[in-house]
Ligand binder design. Structure first.
Ligand code: SAH
Length: 352
């Protein structure tokens, strides 16, 4: 009988307890479950490579289970700064992308949370293609584990700033973060994880109550409703004040500093006046502003602000005592910015 792949359960979707049950149900002793669990979280997802398991068991596992079903379809390494961009193929042939960056403190990986995105931000390469589906817990894990295995070194930081809106796939994302934090998996500290949202207010409030000290980034990109609505449709669901109140509530409950991402687009959101409005709104809140020269995306008519305008914008925030940095661009030669490579690949095969 032909086995239909989608009927196989995925071991990465399971907690250790569930995996243990599944393995013992197949007739194997519990220590085998532990061995499999260890292989998986060391990045070995291919049963045939789990060489302390008997050969017939590996075949049986192959027949019964999957392990994320993520394959590296393409890997680009930047000549400028060693940033690696991965194009990953999922079990249903959809693709997502992830970026690995090397910092002085270690490796940081930027992961996707959905296939596509439905948030529709006008400057974003992923938005124009729409949402196809959420990533499963297994796929979120397999993304990280596959890259870890390919790198052959520990990854210390995880940021959810790839394709998709993490808070539109909330439950899987939270379970994923909790899973990689465990001592018996990857033991990554919550403080070294970052979730970025375009501003889904009810989920920010829910996140504030999760009790996990994960960093929160808000993609703000505007000083007020008028500007924000021009580039970010989500601003029509929750206005600027509602978003800011949710952020203040988050800080009140967690005592954690929020990072506001602000991509500077020439003549859209980058004037001195915009900086003044923003500064007045953020003054007195526990925050950090990250200014990002917007990345040019083919077919999208937004230009990067000039160095001069970025500097002036920064000076205004400085003047108000707001912590602000200008983000260093990594991997500029390999289209490392969010969604660019996937979009480029899809547009080769289908018109968008
Ligand atoms: N959906 C989440 C996370 C994914 S995008 C969010 O909105 O936060 C990661 C970051 O890249 C966001 O701040 C997003 O607004 C920003 N971004 C998307 N396209 C960009 C571009 N062309 N130039 C600069 N930043 C961009």
């Amino acid at each position: 009988m032909e086995v239909i792949e989608t009927e196989k359960r995925d071991l990465l979707d399971m907690s250790f307890k569930e995996l243990n049950e599944a393995i013992t149900k197949l007739g194997y002793p519990a220590y085998r479950a532990k061995q499999i669990y260890e292989w998986l979280y060391s990045g070995v997802l291919d049963f045939s490579q789990m060489n302390n398991l008997p050969k017939d068991m590996r075949a049986k596992l192959e027949e019964s289970f999957t392990t994320g079903r993520v394959k590296i379809a393409q890997r680009l390494v930047s000549k400028v700064d060693q940033t690696r961009k991965y194009l990953l193929e999922l079990g249903d042939r959809n693709i997502v992308e992830s970026v690995l960056m090397k910092y002085h403190y270690g490796y940081s990986v930027c992961l996707s949370t959905q296939v596509g995105c439905r948030m529709g931000c006008k400057f974003c390469a992923s938005a124009s293609l729409g949402l196809i589906r959420n990533l499963t817990i297994a796929e979120l894990l397999a993304q990280l584990l596959t890259i870890r295995h390919d790198l052959g070194q520990r990854i210390s930081h995880v940021v959810l700033m790839g394709i998709g809106e993490p808070f539109d796939n909330y439950d899987n994302v939270i379970e994923f973060l909790k899973r990689i934090n465990r001592e018996d998996t990857l033991n990554i500290s919550y403080r070294k994880m970052t979730v970025s949202t375009c501003g889904i207010v009810p989920k920010i409030l829910e996140f504030a109550r999760e009790g996990i000290p994960v960093n929160l980034s808000i993609s703000l990109h505007a000083p007020n409703d008028e500007v924000r609505r021009r580039t970010m449709p989500v601003a029509k669901s929750w206005n600027f004040d509602e978003l800011l109140s949710a952020c203040k509530e988050y800080t009140r409950l967690t005592s954690r500093r929020i990072t506001y991402e602000y991509s500077l687009i020439e003549n859209v959101n980058d004037s001195q006046e915009h900086a003044e409005i923003l500064a007045k709104k953020l003054k007195g809140t526990l925050c950090h502003v990250n200014l990002i020269p917007v990345n040019a995306v083919k077919g999208i008519d937004f230009k990067k602000s000039s160095r001069q305008r970025i500097e002036t914008f920064k000076e205004v925030l400085d003047k108000y005592g707001i912590a602000v940095t200008v983000r260093r661009e990594l991997g500029s030669d390999i289209m490392a910015a969010c969604g660019q490579l996937r979009r480029n690949n899809l547009t080769k095969t289908r018109k968008v």
